[in-house]
Design a binder for this molecule. Sequence first.
Ligand SMILES: [Zn+2]
Length: 270
Amino acid sequence: MILKKKAFIEELNGVQSINGTVSFQGVNLNVFCYVTDGVLIDTGGESLHKQFAPFLLEQDYDQAWITHHHEDHTGGAAFIQKTRNIPVYIHNMSIEEVLGKADYPIYRQLFWGRRKSFKALPLSNTMKSRNANWEMIETPGHSDDHLAFLNQQTGQLFTGDLYVNPKTKVTMQSESIPTIIESLKTVLTYQFGDVFCQHAGLVSNGREMIIHKKEYLEEIQYQVLKLHSEGYSKKEIQLSLFPKKYPITLFSSGDWDSIHIVESVLFEGN
Ligand SMILES: [Zn+2]
C-alpha cells in the first residue's frame, strides 16, 4: 500500500508548527504539532516519523503535553521520550492506555502507524511553561480524555480535536455530539484569542468559529430530534441531513459516518 506523506514547518503567531499529511486513494488526513514557550503540544503519528523527526529533535522544548490519546497525537511520544528524555503528560485516564500496545482499527493503523507505548505523567488542571500559566480544560466528546490547553499569558488556546472544522458531517462511532456541544460551551466561558487546532492549524477568528460550530451542532441536534419526533427512522434522518457520502466512510468500513451523529443525538436525547 502506497501512502503519500509530506510535512510543512511554519511559525504561526510566535508558535512553531509542523503540519504532516498522509494520503491514500482520495483520503487525505493531516495533523499538526506545536511548540510554544518550551512545550511540545502533541507528537504526530508514527507513520509520519521520518517527516516529523527533524522537527521533534531540533525544536526548543523541555516537556510535552498531549491533548488526547489518539494515535495521530501520541505517535511520536515514545521517540521524544527516548531521544530527549523529557516528561510527557496526558490526561490521567489515558496513562494506562498509552503504556499498552496500539489498540485501534486496522485502517487507523494503516494511516497513522502503530503507536509505540510510552510512559506518561498526569496533566493537572493547571500547568506551567517557562513564562506562562496554563489552564487545562476538560473537553470530552471527541474522546473521553480530551483536553484543551489555554495559555493565560497569550490567550492562545490549543484545542486538540475539539474544533477540526465548523460543519461536522461525519464522526467516529465513539464520539458524542451532545458532549462536544457542552465542551464548546465550556471553552467559550474562557477568554481566548488565537485557536490552534490539531487539524485546521491556526484559526485566527477562533472564538467566532467555535461559536459557529456550536450553533451548527445545536441546529443538527434540533433537526435530528424534530425528525425523530415526526416518526422518521435514523436512516431517513441521515439521508435528509447528510445526503453526501464521504470516502472516509467506505475506507473506514463505517467507523466514520454521519449515522453516528444521528445516533449520538438520539442516544443522549432519550
Ligand atoms: Zn482525535
